[in-house]
Design a protein around this ligand. Structure first.
Ligand code: DX5
Length: 244
Protein backbone atom coordinates (compact mmCIF):
# COMPACT_ATOMS: atom_id res chain seq x y z
CA UNK A 1 0.00 0.00 0.00
CA UNK A 2 1.55 3.33 -1.08
CA UNK A 3 2.05 6.07 1.43
CA UNK A 4 -1.28 7.96 1.66
CA UNK A 5 -1.05 11.70 1.11
CA UNK A 6 -0.93 13.07 4.61
CA UNK A 7 -2.40 16.38 5.67
CA UNK A 8 0.15 18.45 7.60
CA UNK A 9 -0.61 18.42 11.31
CA UNK A 10 -2.83 21.53 11.58
CA UNK A 11 -1.74 24.34 13.87
CA UNK A 12 -4.22 26.77 15.34
CA UNK A 13 -3.68 30.47 14.72
CA UNK A 14 -3.70 32.83 17.75
CA UNK A 15 -6.98 34.68 17.93
CA UNK A 16 -8.62 32.21 15.54
CA UNK A 17 -9.28 29.29 17.80
CA UNK A 18 -10.52 26.73 15.29
CA UNK A 19 -10.93 23.71 17.53
CA UNK A 20 -8.93 20.61 16.66
CA UNK A 21 -10.47 17.24 17.52
CA UNK A 22 -7.87 14.57 18.28
CA UNK A 23 -8.85 11.03 19.31
CA UNK A 24 -6.88 8.94 21.75
CA UNK A 25 -6.55 5.40 20.35
CA UNK A 26 -6.54 3.93 23.86
CA UNK A 27 -10.08 2.45 23.37
CA UNK A 28 -9.24 1.06 19.90
CA UNK A 29 -9.15 -2.63 18.97
CA UNK A 30 -5.37 -3.12 19.03
CA UNK A 31 -5.72 -6.31 16.97
CA UNK A 32 -6.87 -4.11 14.04
CA UNK A 33 -4.94 -0.92 14.69
CA UNK A 34 -4.40 -0.14 11.00
CA UNK A 35 -8.13 -0.34 10.28
CA UNK A 36 -8.85 1.71 13.39
CA UNK A 37 -6.48 4.47 12.28
CA UNK A 38 -8.05 4.54 8.81
CA UNK A 39 -11.52 4.76 10.35
CA UNK A 40 -10.46 7.74 12.48
CA UNK A 41 -9.07 9.51 9.40
CA UNK A 42 -12.31 8.82 7.51
CA UNK A 43 -14.21 10.26 10.49
CA UNK A 44 -12.46 13.60 9.91
CA UNK A 45 -10.18 13.85 12.95
CA UNK A 46 -7.43 16.48 12.85
CA UNK A 47 -4.64 14.34 14.33
CA UNK A 48 -4.35 11.08 16.29
CA UNK A 49 -2.92 10.82 19.81
CA UNK A 50 -0.97 7.82 21.05
CA UNK A 51 -1.01 7.53 24.85
CA UNK A 52 2.44 6.12 25.60
CA UNK A 53 2.60 4.76 29.15
CA UNK A 54 5.58 3.02 30.82
CA UNK A 55 3.86 1.47 33.87
CA UNK A 56 5.97 3.67 36.18
CA UNK A 57 5.02 7.32 35.57
CA UNK A 58 1.45 5.97 35.33
CA UNK A 59 0.22 2.49 36.32
CA UNK A 60 -0.72 1.47 32.77
CA UNK A 61 1.58 0.14 30.01
CA UNK A 62 0.79 0.79 26.33
CA UNK A 63 2.41 1.49 22.96
CA UNK A 64 6.04 1.07 21.91
CA UNK A 65 7.32 2.97 18.84
CA UNK A 66 7.09 -0.11 16.60
CA UNK A 67 3.29 -0.23 17.00
CA UNK A 68 3.04 3.42 15.96
CA UNK A 69 5.40 2.89 13.02
CA UNK A 70 3.22 -0.01 11.85
CA UNK A 71 0.12 2.19 12.01
CA UNK A 72 1.76 5.16 10.32
CA UNK A 73 1.21 4.12 6.66
CA UNK A 74 -2.53 3.74 7.36
CA UNK A 75 -2.98 7.37 8.40
CA UNK A 76 -3.65 10.51 6.36
CA UNK A 77 -3.35 12.74 9.44
CA UNK A 78 -0.48 13.53 11.81
CA UNK A 79 0.42 11.57 14.93
CA UNK A 80 1.17 12.97 18.37
CA UNK A 81 2.85 10.92 21.09
CA UNK A 82 1.80 11.74 24.67
CA UNK A 83 4.76 10.36 26.63
CA UNK A 84 3.57 9.43 30.11
CA UNK A 85 6.99 8.01 30.98
CA UNK A 86 9.60 8.65 33.68
CA UNK A 87 12.49 9.16 31.29
CA UNK A 88 11.30 10.88 28.09
CA UNK A 89 14.80 11.97 27.03
CA UNK A 90 15.68 8.35 26.25
CA UNK A 91 12.52 7.76 24.18
CA UNK A 92 11.83 10.98 22.24
CA UNK A 93 13.96 10.02 19.21
CA UNK A 94 12.28 6.64 18.83
CA UNK A 95 8.80 8.16 18.68
CA UNK A 96 9.88 10.80 16.18
CA UNK A 97 11.42 8.02 14.06
CA UNK A 98 8.15 6.08 14.37
CA UNK A 99 6.34 8.95 12.63
CA UNK A 100 5.09 11.26 15.41
CA UNK A 101 5.18 14.88 14.25
CA UNK A 102 4.37 16.16 17.74
CA UNK A 103 5.90 14.74 20.94
CA UNK A 104 4.49 15.71 24.33
CA UNK A 105 6.49 15.23 27.53
CA UNK A 106 5.28 15.70 31.10
CA UNK A 107 6.86 18.61 32.97
CA UNK A 108 6.77 16.39 36.06
CA UNK A 109 9.12 13.88 34.35
CA UNK A 110 11.72 16.38 33.11
CA UNK A 111 14.70 17.54 35.16
CA UNK A 112 15.73 19.89 32.31
CA UNK A 113 12.43 20.69 30.59
CA UNK A 114 13.87 23.53 28.48
CA UNK A 115 16.55 21.23 27.04
CA UNK A 116 14.12 18.34 26.46
CA UNK A 117 11.68 20.52 24.50
CA UNK A 118 14.51 21.99 22.43
CA UNK A 119 15.73 18.46 21.64
CA UNK A 120 12.29 17.44 20.34
CA UNK A 121 12.46 20.33 17.89
CA UNK A 122 16.08 19.54 16.99
CA UNK A 123 14.84 16.07 15.98
CA UNK A 124 12.38 17.71 13.56
CA UNK A 125 9.14 17.34 15.53
CA UNK A 126 6.91 19.88 17.24
CA UNK A 127 7.20 19.95 21.03
CA UNK A 128 4.50 19.76 23.69
CA UNK A 129 4.54 19.90 27.48
CA UNK A 130 1.83 18.29 29.62
CA UNK A 131 0.81 19.37 33.12
CA UNK A 132 -0.97 17.02 35.52
CA UNK A 133 -3.97 18.53 37.31
CA UNK A 134 -1.91 19.45 40.40
CA UNK A 135 0.97 21.10 38.51
CA UNK A 136 0.91 24.92 38.45
CA UNK A 137 1.14 26.76 35.13
CA UNK A 138 4.24 28.63 36.31
CA UNK A 139 6.18 25.47 35.43
CA UNK A 140 5.90 26.37 31.72
CA UNK A 141 6.34 30.13 32.04
CA UNK A 142 10.03 30.03 31.07
CA UNK A 143 9.78 27.43 28.29
CA UNK A 144 7.05 28.92 26.10
CA UNK A 145 9.63 29.81 23.44
CA UNK A 146 10.57 26.09 23.24
CA UNK A 147 7.10 24.64 22.97
CA UNK A 148 4.43 24.39 20.30
CA UNK A 149 1.72 23.10 22.61
CA UNK A 150 0.75 23.03 26.30
CA UNK A 151 -1.45 20.15 27.44
CA UNK A 152 -3.55 20.70 30.56
CA UNK A 153 -4.60 17.24 31.77
CA UNK A 154 -8.26 17.21 32.80
CA UNK A 155 -7.84 13.81 34.48
CA UNK A 156 -5.00 12.23 36.43
CA UNK A 157 -3.22 10.34 33.63
CA UNK A 158 -3.07 6.57 33.25
CA UNK A 159 -6.41 5.37 31.97
CA UNK A 160 -9.24 6.31 29.63
CA UNK A 161 -12.83 6.63 30.77
CA UNK A 162 -12.13 8.80 33.84
CA UNK A 163 -14.25 11.71 35.05
CA UNK A 164 -13.39 15.21 33.80
CA UNK A 165 -11.97 17.53 36.49
CA UNK A 166 -13.84 20.84 35.98
CA UNK A 167 -11.57 22.82 38.32
CA UNK A 168 -8.81 22.55 35.68
CA UNK A 169 -10.78 25.08 33.61
CA UNK A 170 -9.45 27.92 35.80
CA UNK A 171 -5.96 26.72 34.97
CA UNK A 172 -6.80 26.54 31.25
CA UNK A 173 -8.01 30.16 31.34
CA UNK A 174 -4.78 31.30 33.00
CA UNK A 175 -2.72 29.33 30.45
CA UNK A 176 -4.68 30.97 27.63
CA UNK A 177 -3.82 34.41 29.02
CA UNK A 178 -0.16 33.42 29.46
CA UNK A 179 0.02 32.19 25.84
CA UNK A 180 -1.71 35.29 24.46
CA UNK A 181 0.56 37.60 26.47
CA UNK A 182 3.56 35.76 25.00
CA UNK A 183 2.40 36.47 21.43
CA UNK A 184 3.59 32.97 20.50
CA UNK A 185 1.67 30.47 18.38
CA UNK A 186 1.12 27.74 20.96
CA UNK A 187 -1.74 25.24 21.00
CA UNK A 188 -3.62 24.68 24.25
CA UNK A 189 -4.81 21.10 24.54
CA UNK A 190 -6.98 19.34 27.10
CA UNK A 191 -7.10 15.59 27.61
CA UNK A 192 -9.31 13.43 29.77
CA UNK A 193 -13.06 13.05 30.15
CA UNK A 194 -13.81 15.18 27.07
CA UNK A 195 -17.41 14.72 25.89
CA UNK A 196 -19.93 16.90 24.06
CA UNK A 197 -20.84 18.31 27.48
CA UNK A 198 -17.44 18.86 29.14
CA UNK A 199 -15.89 20.30 25.96
CA UNK A 200 -17.99 23.46 26.31
CA UNK A 201 -16.32 24.57 29.54
CA UNK A 202 -12.85 23.67 28.30
CA UNK A 203 -13.37 25.61 25.05
CA UNK A 204 -14.85 28.65 26.81
CA UNK A 205 -11.83 28.62 29.16
CA UNK A 206 -9.50 28.82 26.16
CA UNK A 207 -8.53 25.32 25.02
CA UNK A 208 -8.31 24.80 21.24
CA UNK A 209 -7.24 21.15 20.94
CA UNK A 210 -9.40 18.43 22.44
CA UNK A 211 -8.49 14.80 23.08
CA UNK A 212 -11.38 12.37 23.25
CA UNK A 213 -11.16 8.60 23.68
CA UNK A 214 -13.96 6.71 25.36
CA UNK A 215 -16.75 9.18 24.55
CA UNK A 216 -15.89 9.28 20.85
CA UNK A 217 -15.57 5.50 20.60
CA UNK A 218 -18.86 4.94 22.42
CA UNK A 219 -20.86 7.60 20.55
CA UNK A 220 -23.99 5.89 19.15
CA UNK A 221 -24.00 7.96 15.98
CA UNK A 222 -20.49 6.83 15.04
CA UNK A 223 -17.10 8.56 15.04
CA UNK A 224 -17.72 11.03 12.19
CA UNK A 225 -20.84 12.41 13.90
CA UNK A 226 -18.99 12.49 17.22
CA UNK A 227 -16.12 14.49 15.69
CA UNK A 228 -18.52 16.97 14.09
CA UNK A 229 -20.48 17.36 17.32
CA UNK A 230 -17.35 18.00 19.39
CA UNK A 231 -16.04 20.49 16.83
CA UNK A 232 -19.32 22.41 16.69
CA UNK A 233 -19.78 22.59 20.47
CA UNK A 234 -16.17 23.67 20.93
CA UNK A 235 -16.39 26.36 18.21
CA UNK A 236 -19.61 27.77 19.64
CA UNK A 237 -18.18 27.98 23.15
CA UNK A 238 -14.81 29.32 22.04
CA UNK A 239 -16.64 32.29 20.49
CA UNK A 240 -18.61 32.84 23.70
CA UNK A 241 -15.39 32.56 25.70
CA UNK A 242 -13.66 35.18 23.55
CA UNK A 243 -16.64 37.51 23.88
CA UNK A 244 -16.57 37.21 27.68
C1 DX5 B 1 -5.12 9.49 30.35
C2 DX5 B 1 -5.27 9.41 28.86
C3 DX5 B 1 -6.72 9.65 28.53
C4 DX5 B 1 -7.05 9.46 27.09
C5 DX5 B 1 -8.46 10.01 26.82
O1 DX5 B 1 -3.90 9.04 30.72
O2 DX5 B 1 -4.43 10.39 28.24
O3 DX5 B 1 -7.03 10.96 28.93
O4 DX5 B 1 -6.13 10.12 26.32
O5 DX5 B 1 -9.31 9.23 27.56
P1 DX5 B 1 -10.88 9.57 27.75
O6 DX5 B 1 -11.30 10.47 26.61
O7 DX5 B 1 -11.52 8.22 27.69
O8 DX5 B 1 -10.98 10.23 29.07
Amino acid sequence: MGDPIRKAAPMTVPGQRQPLIVPSVLPADFARIGDEVRALCEAGVDRIQWDVMDGVFVPNLTFGPDVIAAARPHSTVGFEAHLMVVNPDELIGRYVDAGCELVIVHAEACTHLHRTLARIRDLGARSGVALNPHTPIEVVEHVLTETDMVLAMTVNPGFGGQAYIPSVERKVARLRRMIEDSGLSIELEVDGGITDRTISGAAAAGADVFISGSWMYAYPGGKATAVTRLRNVAAQNAKEGEAA
